[in-house]
Design a protein around this ligand. Structure first.
Ligand code: NAD
Length: 498
């Protein structure tokens, strides 16, 4: 579809904003709602239900009774597999609607929403469905007098709490493996980006996921999110979001039933570019995409560029060249590559860091502007792709998550300093190393504390590998077969053979 067609489709769409509990769309018990604002132009898109304690309680009760009744947890693996594959197919059948909802709700460029977010969510459901009959239990090396098996059991009711930056993708990383192994799920999307979650829950019912097994409660974090974290009948919360809220979930667990908690938190990922980098242009392309994609609202975005001082100026010039070619615009235009920030609040936050760069006297080598890229988008929340050099690693620009398209450039003199700077961060989510010396690449990779290290590339990822971090980036891993462990407990069955 072209720009005009997307605009026309956007005009006619009426997003569903009710929650999805026990197989039905429902308003909040209180009747209250939250306005949905489109980041592209600040316009009202509609309303979502403002779920609170009573709504969370209904959803958890529905999830628990479905689990106990065995309507999903007790199904043959092949039956669950078929339903989840059908869900994956339905996601693809509804790809334009889902992409449009995601783009309107979050400001993701429509091309990315269609080709990355929706496709990735569909692949995630299919991948976990297909994995199900390839994962075996264990027979323990017990004495001859016994047969001892170790099997995986679903945990029960899973609370999934997700942020606004990649609602379709991050929800799928949690919901797909949790459902695949037989759990029931209550998903709490971010209040700024709930529309795609409601649609996925409807499609799940259509695919054959029984009522009550997959519920969505929309609402504010400190209301619906806290109620889920504190609920005594939730077995596990899988959370992605900020470190501050992640810690709250640990507190909620301690205050309630000691539920399990997995946390995927933020990042301040460094690129380490050494003087022997093979292809400076390839590095510049990967570095710019690595921070400007999704307007920098990516937890593992490469927001710190650590570069050897002998090539720093050359690399920055290359990055400026590539960065100037990014098309900033309306997310509904398929040509747009960088678009709006999620909300006015986040926009102000990012602008605050741009002001800080000026106050602290660093050089803004690219971007820095915050005006709308075209007429008609004045109410939207835009920040140009920005590169700031001469930033000390101790600056808040280099230490805090900006969550905007802002790259801070820091120089180093030798490998030790590069590793020290890379690790001088509270986060440990991802890093990249650029060198043609394979020994150096391995040595540096071993020394950098990060859940993912890319060598001579950045942000290539797939459901086949785990994702998560060290230090303040959290613990637990989404994606890959390891996620199946995250939503199951091991059961030992000891059979006496006499
Ligand atoms: P956030 O922590 O404010 O919100 C995340 C979720 O928690 C939302 O659903 C929100 O409603 C809920 N929440 C907020 N306050 C709550 C409270 N008091 N009690 C219970 N729930 C609450 O984060 P955000 O602003 O939506 O997202 C941005 C953050 O997420 C960034 O820090 C980013 O790095 C991080 N993130 C991490 C990953 C990862 O995989 N590691 C992925 C995406 C985003």
């Amino acid at each position: 579809m072209d720009y005009k067609q997307w605009l026309a489709k956007a005009d006619s769409i009426q997003p569903e904003g009710r929650m999805f509990i026990n197989g039905k769309l429902s308003q909040a018990q209180s009747g209250e709602t939250i306005a949905v604002i489109a980041p592209r132009n600040g316009a009202h898109l509609g309303k979502i239900a403002r779920g609170q304690l009573a709504d969370v309680d209904l959803a958890v009760k529905a999830a628990r009774s479905a689990f106990d009744a065995g309507v999903w947890s007790g199904l043959d693996v092949r039956a669950r597999q078929a339903v989840l594959i059908r869900l994956s197919d339905l996601i693809l059948e509804h790809q334009e609607e889902l992409a449009l909802l995601e783009s309107l709700d979050t400001g993701h460029p429509i091309s990315d929403a269609l080709n990355v977010d929706v496709k990735s969510a569909a692949r995630t459901y299919r991948w976990y469905a297909e994995a199900l009959d390839k994962v075996y239990g264990e027979v323990a090396p017990a004495p001859n007098s016994a047969l001892v098996t170790v099997t995986r059991e679903p945990l029960g009711v899973i609370g999934a709490v997700v942020p606004w930056n990649y609602p379709l993708i991050i929800s799928a990383w949690k919901v797909a493996p949790a459902l695949a192994v037989g759990n029931s799920v209550v998903l709490k999307p971010a209040e700024d980006a709930s529309l795609s979650a409601i649609k996925i829950a409807q499609l799940a019912l259509e695919a054959g996921v029984p009522a009550g097994v997959f519920n969505v409660v929309t609402g504010y974090g400190n209301e619906a999110g806290a109620a889920l974290g504190l609920h005594p009948d939730v077995d596990k919360v899988s959370f992605t979001g900020s470190p501050t809220v992640g810690r709250m979930f640990q507190g909620y667990a301690a205050q309630s039933n000691g539920k399990q908690v997995a946390l995927e938190l933020g990042g301040k990922s460094p690129h380490l570019v050494f003087e022997d980098v093979e292809d400076l242009n390839a590095a510049a392309v990967a570095i710019t995409w690595g921070i400007f994609y999704n307007a920098g609202q990516t937890c593992h975005g490469g927001s710190r560029l650590l570069v050897h001082d002998s090539i720093a100026e050359q690399l920055v010039q290359e990055i400026e060249k590539v960065g100037r070619q990014f098309v900033l615009g309306d997310p509904l235009d398929p040509k747009t590559q960088v678009s709006a920030i999620i909300s006015e609040r986040q926009h102000k936050r990012v602008c605050g860091y741009l002001d800080l760069a000026k106050q602290e006297g660093y050089s803004v080598r690219l971007g820095g502007g915050t005006s709308a890229p075209a007429a008609g988008l004045e109410g939207g929340f835009y920040v140009q792709p920005t590169v700031i050099t001469e930033v000390p690693n101790s600056s808040r620009l280099a230490q805090e998550e900006i969550f905007g398209p802002v790259l801070s450039v820091i120089t180093f003199k030798d490998d030790q300093e590069a590793v020290r700077l890379a690790n001088d961060s509270e986060y440990g989510l991802a890093a990249s190393i650029w060198t043609k010396d394979i020994t150096r690449a391995h040595k540096v990779s071993r020394s950098v504390r990060a859940g993912t290290v890319w060598i001579n590339t950045f942000d290539v990822a797939d459901i086949i590998v785990p994702f998560g971090g060290f230090k303040n980036s959290g613990f637990g891993r989404d994606r890959s077969l390891h996620a199946l462990d995250s939503y199951t407990g091991l059961k030992t069955t000891w059979l006496n053979l006499g």
